[in-house]
Design a protein around this ligand. Structure first.
Ligand SMILES: N[C@@H](CCC(=O)N[C@@H](CS)C(=O)NCC(=O)O)C(=O)O
Length: 228
């Protein structure tokens, strides 16, 4: 059975959503990143990047949420736009836009707002600005069409949902007012039974919630290793 290495964080949740939407059988294997499970040699053998999510499907090992969504969509033929060069071009462009922009800038914005030991106004503004810019691009697109690519719900919308549902963590409570079209998509997806099952997955395991020294040592390793 497909093994799904996960936590309740945004990137694993996109994959949980896909698995629940399709009903593909899977075994959910918790990786408690606040306890340092991501650095255990047996996990790094699956994901050399030492982050979640990853999957093992027979002899296929896939890491990075965007790669996993593409892999599973191609494997099942589900949640893809029509197989035309135009739609495929859009699919790949928007998947990479989420992978290289929305995710990293949102993640860094959360980090500098909530977790950095010093409040660095330049970094806070830089990452909030870029996260906001990316969500603004999505908001404009979703003002013109119901879904990000084509006229049906695809893996691009799932990829967006992972981080977009946490917009208040990245940009503050009032930020939803700036992105009504993204909110419309997030609310629609979050209301789906598959999304409820995906978000409930984290309750199957007692993930550590405290951001204490062990968690900081596991997730923010640069705190103990000066490289610049
Ligand atoms: N590009 C990767 C990023 C994965 C990632 O940053 N995962 C976070 C959770 S959302 C994680 O594992 N954090 C723990 C750590 O950084 O040690 C993806 O999309 O899967």
């Amino acid at each position: 059975m497909l093994k799904f290495y996960y936590s309740g964080a945004p990137n694993p949740m996109k994959v949980a959503l896909f698995l629940e939407e399709t009903g593909l059988p899977y075994e959910a294997i918790p990786v408690d990143t606040r306890k340092g499970d991501q650095h255990k040699p047996e996990y790094v053998a699956v994901n050399p990047n030492a982050k979640v999510p990853s999957i093992v499907d027979g002899d296929a090992v896939v890491f990075d949420s965007t790669a996993i969504l593409l892999y599973l969509a191609e494997k099942t033929g589900k949640f893809l736009p029509p197989n035309t060069p135009k739609a495929r071009g859009e699919l790949l462009s928007w998947m990479m836009f989420v992978a290289s922009g929305v995710g990293p800038y949102s993640g860094q914005s959360v980090h500098f707002r909530n977790f950095a030991p010093e409040k660095v106004p330049y970094a806070i503004n830089r990452y909030a600005y870029e996260a906001q810019r990316h969500f603004g691009i999505l908001n404009d697109r979703l003002g013109k069409q119901k879904y990000v690519v084509g006229d049906s719900y695809t893996i691009v919308d799932m990829n967006v949902w992972g981080w977009a549902r946490l917009i208040p963590n990245a940009l503050g409570e009032a930020a939803w007012e700036k992105f009504p079209n993204v909110k419309r998509l997030v609310d629609e997806i979050s209301a789906r039974p598959a999304a409820a099952r995906a978000t409930a997955l984290k309750d199957r395991h007692a993930f550590k919630t405290e951001m204490d020294d062990e968690a900081r040592r596991s997730m923010f390793r640069h705190l103990h290793e000066k490289v610049a």
